[in-house]
Design a protein around this ligand. Structure first.
Ligand code: NAD
Length: 247
C-alpha cells in the first residue's frame, strides 16, 4: 500500500506514534522515528520496523525547536531521498484549571502541540512541493470539539491544529499535498495511564462504544489517510473515538 514511501512520525518511540510508525512500515513505508526523550525506546521501534523488511532511522528532535526540526528533515532527505508522509503526532499535556494555569504550562503545550505541527509541516513542505506529492496527517483530539475543563492549553492547541489542517489543505492542494487530521478519543497510552480508575469509569459512560481505544485504532486510520484510498480527501478531521463526537 505504501511501498517505497518515506514517512516521518513525530513522537514515535511510544504510544500512538509508535503504533503508527509500525503500521506504516507494515504497509511498506520506510520510517523516520522521531523522538525527544528515550533513544533506547526509539531504537527498539527501529529494530521492530527493520524486522518488517523496510528501513527505519531514529532521529532526535524537539518539535518545538524549528532548528532541530529543520535538521531532522534534512537528515531524513539525505538518508532516504524524499519525504512522502508526515505524521504530526508528538504531544504533551500540562493540565490545570485556567485560574491556576501558569504561563509556562500554557507556553509549553502551545509550543509543542501547535507550533510543533507548524514547524514540522513547514520543514517538509518545500520537499513535498518539489515532489508534487505529500500526505500530512495531524493528530488532534476530540477535546478540540468538546472542550475539557482543566485543559485550556491543550484544547486551544488541538483546536488550532484542526484550523491549521484546513488552511494547509487549501494552501497546498494544487501541489498534490493533502492535509488531514485524526481526532482520537480516549486511547490507552502512557498519556492516559495517569487517569485514575474512577475517571476512566466516568469516561466510559461518555463513549457510545463503551471502551477506551487502543493506539492501533488510530494508527490504522492514519495509514488510511496516508494511502491512495484517501486520495480524494483533504482538510478533513476524522474522529476515532468510539462515537464520542458525532459532527
Ligand atoms: P504519549 O505521551 O504516549 O506519546 C507522546 C510522544 O510524544 C512521546 O513519545 C513524547 O516523548 C513525544 N514528545 C513529546 N514532546 C515532544 C517534543 N517536543 N518533540 C518530540 N517529541 C515529543 O502520548 P499518546 O497518547 O501516544 O499521544 C500521541 C498524540 O495523540 C498526542 O498528540 C496526543 O495529544 C494525542 N492524543 C492522545 C489521546 C489519548 O487518549 N492518548 C487522545 C487524543 C489525542
Amino acid at each position: 500500500m505504501l511501498q517505497g514511501k518515506v514517512a516521518i512520525v513525530t513522537g514515535a518511540s511510544r504510544g500512538i506514534g509508535r503504533a503508527t510508525a509500525i503500521e506504516l512500515a507494515r504497509n511498506g513505508a520506510n520510517v523516520v522515528v522521531n523522538y525527544a526523550g528515550s533513544k533506547e525506546k526509539a531504537e527498539q521501534v527501529v529494530v521492530e520496523i527493520k524486522e518488517l523488511g523496510v528501513d527505519a532511522l531514529a532521529i532526535q528532535a524537539d518539535i518545538a525547536n524549528s532548528e532541530q526540526v529543520t535538521e531532522m528533515v534534512k537528515e531524513a532527505i539525505d538518508t532516504f531521498g524524499r519525504v512522502d508522509i508526515l505524521v504530526n503526532n508528538a504531544g504533551i499535556t500540562k493540565d490545570n484549571l485556567i485560574m491556576r494555569m501558569k504561563e509556562e504550562e500554557w507556553d509549553a503545550v502551545i509550543n509543542t502541540n501547535l507550533k510543533g505541527v507548524f514547524n514540522c509541516s513547514k520543514a517538509v513542505t518545500r520537499q513535498m512541493m518539489k515532489q508534487r506529492y505529500g500526505r500530512i496527517i495531524n493528530v488532534a483530539s476530540v477535546v478540540a470539539t468538546l472542550g475539557n475543563a482543566g485543559q485550556a492549553n491543550y484544547v486551544a492547541a488541538k483546536a488550532g491544529v484542526i484550523g491549521l489542517t484546513k488552511t494547509m489543505a487549501r494552501e497546498l492542494a494544487n501541489r498534490n499535498i493533502h492535509v488531514n487530521a485524526v481526532a482520537p478519543g480516549f486511547i490507552e497510552t502512557d498519556m492516559t495511564d495517569e487517569l485514575g480508575e474512577d475517571v476512566k469509569g466516568q469516561l466510559l459512560t461518555q463513549i457510545p462504544l463503551a471502551t477506551l481505544g487502543k493506539p492501533e485504532h488510530i494508527a490504522r486510520v492514519v495509514r488510511f489517510l496516508a494511502s491512495a484510498d484517501a486520495d480524494y480527501m483533504t482538510g478533513q478531521t476524522l474522529h476515532v473515538d468510539g462515537g464520542m463526537v458525532m459532527p
